[in-house]
Design a protein around this ligand. Structure first.
Ligand code: NDP
Ligand code: GDP
Length: 325
């Protein structure tokens, strides 16, 4: 019998790549989609990967415990991947209550639904390196203390501990993946990598003349979403439930990432990149650098795609999109 998986956040970057991975392994995939008047737009990423028709889509919102419980009861999944969140750090200062509800309390809703309706199902929670915030150790591992620096990170911390608590309290197979930044051609345009690759494509095609950014000194440990969804799946196949850092173990500044993107089309960023105070944050996470030793040792997970390969792939995809449009 095919395994059944439920994915919340299926319309997002990771939801699309995870669906693709699970379908390739023969899973029946049910994706939870927020109802929208623009349904066609919501499933754009699944369409981009050519799998829109292969994922069973059901309406649901993480804030609606009754609806989420019904989905879990109807599907009786073997695995549940909770990827839904208000995921953009900067927005979390403008919408702190909503972010707390969706990114924090929403995790409790889905954990409750699984506990009550499918307690044997394996559960994955999308935790974040943003929880380390003001870093307490140079390389952040599962043992590094957290110090969140945004409402998003505070909410993620709640979801993380709730996942640990449901594992310890109810014996649920609940894993928390502490994923460092991961990107792809399907990344939202508001995140810095995609903002840069889309602008580079626009500048190369003479559709745009400049790129306005905030703090380019910040450093991130960037990997590819395709590699990272593999780690999510591996966590749920392991014999015991646990928490894992998923990262490349290399950190790069925004400024250096920009150079890679511009160099790919033979342009000099100095001529185009401008600083704009609008894109600075009330509190910054200056540097993140993950230590993925545990995921490597216990799960046998390794990232395959370098930051440079990923950024070039993203620039090429944005060039193609802009030419098409
Ligand atoms: P995206 O922003 O691309 O996707 C977020 C998804 O959550 C979308 O499908 C969105 O739906 C959905 N969503 C938002 N609010 C609700 C709600 N109330 N009910 C149901 N669904 C909702 O994020 P990513 O794919 O990049 O990330 C996946 C998860 O991993 C997120 O939880 C994110 O916070 C976390 N994460 C991501 C990292 C990264 O670098 N990408 C790093 C660490 C953690 P809609 O399309 O309707 O908006
Ligand atoms: P985050 O790590 O989840 O916040 O991912 P982002 O891609 O949104 O931001 C990564 C880093 O890039 C942060 O330190 C931002 O402050 C920095 N940054 C600099 N300029 C920008 C910008 O214009 N947009 C975004 N999103 N981030 C920027």
């Amino acid at each position: 019998m095919a395994k059944r998986a439920v994915i919340t956040g299926v319309t997002g970057q990771d939801g699309a790549y995870l669906s693709q991975l699970l379908l390739s392994k023969g899973y029946e995939v049910t994706g939870v989609v927020r109802r929208s008047s623009n349904y066609g737009l919501a499933t754009e990423r699944l369409r981009w990967l050519g799998i829109e028709g292969d994922v069973r889509l059901v309406d649901g919102d993480l804030l609606d415990l009754g609806g989420v419980s019904r989905i879990i009861r109807d599907v009786r999944p073997d695995e549940v991947y909770n990827l839904a969140a208000q995921s953009f750090v900067k927005t979390s200062w403008d919408q702190p209550v909503l972010t707390s509800q969706v990114t924090g309390v929403g995790v409790t809703n889905i954990l409750e639904a699984v506990r009550l309706e499918a307690p044997e199902a394996r559960f994955y929670q999308a935790s974040s390196s943003e929880m380390y915030g003001l870093i307490q150790e140079e390389r952040q591992s599962e043992l590094t203390p957290f110090y969140p620096r945004s409402p998003y990170a505070v909410a993620k911390l709640m979801g993380h501990w709730m996942t640990v608590n449901y594992r310890e309290s109810f014996g649920m197979f609940a894993c928390s993946g502490i994923l460092f930044n991961h990107e792809s051609p399907l990344r939202g345009l508001e995140f810095v990598t995609r903002k840069v690759t889309d602008a580079v494509a626009g500048i190369a095609l003479k559709q745009q003349s400049e790129l306005k950014l905030g703090n380019t000194q910040a450093k991130r440990d960037w990997g590819h979403a395709k590699d990272y969804v593999q780690a999510m799946w591996m966590m749920l196949q392991h014999e015991t439930a646990d928490d894992y850092v998923v990262a490349t173990g290399r950190t790069v500044s925004v400024a250096d990432m920009i150079k890679v993107a511009f160099a790919h089309v033979g342009l000099d960023p100095e001529q185009y990149v401008k600083t704009d105070p609008e894109f600075f944050r009330p509190a910054e996470v200056d540097v993140l650098l993950g230590n993925p030793d545990k995921a490597k040792k216990v799960l046998g997970w390794e990232p395959a795609i370098t930051m440079e390969e990923m950024i070039c792939e993203m620039v090429d995809a944005d060039l193609e999109r802009r030419r098409r449009n």
